[in-house]
Design a protein around this ligand. Sequence first.
Ligand code: FES
Length: 119
Amino acid sequence: MENHISNNKNIKKIRVCCSGSCCGFGAEKIMDEIEDSLYNDKIKGIEEEIDLDYCGCRGFCAHSPVVEIDDDRYVFDSRPETIVEEIKKGGEDMSGQMFVVERNGDFIYKLDGDFLEDI
Ligand code: FES
């Protein structure tokens, strides 16, 4: 997979969760569709450059596959047929509803109110 990394402050960061549940529900097909859209300019208009990569579990496994946009917006239950349009819409704003903890050097994102023991 090609990674679109830039130091541009206006960068749009997209992360496709590739942990257990999201992987099982088609995260690779979601990534393929996003990559294809980047190469074919279908996604143009969001930002000039996009930092695209896989990521670990974000704590929304019940809504797999999950796509994270700029750290605090999410597309849940994503599907290859609709993911590009959902990204263009900006995803669901989850800022203020999550907290981040670090465990064994990994950052773990979890909804407020959920128990850390569950992750
Ligand atoms: S496995 Fe993707 S959010 Fe948990």
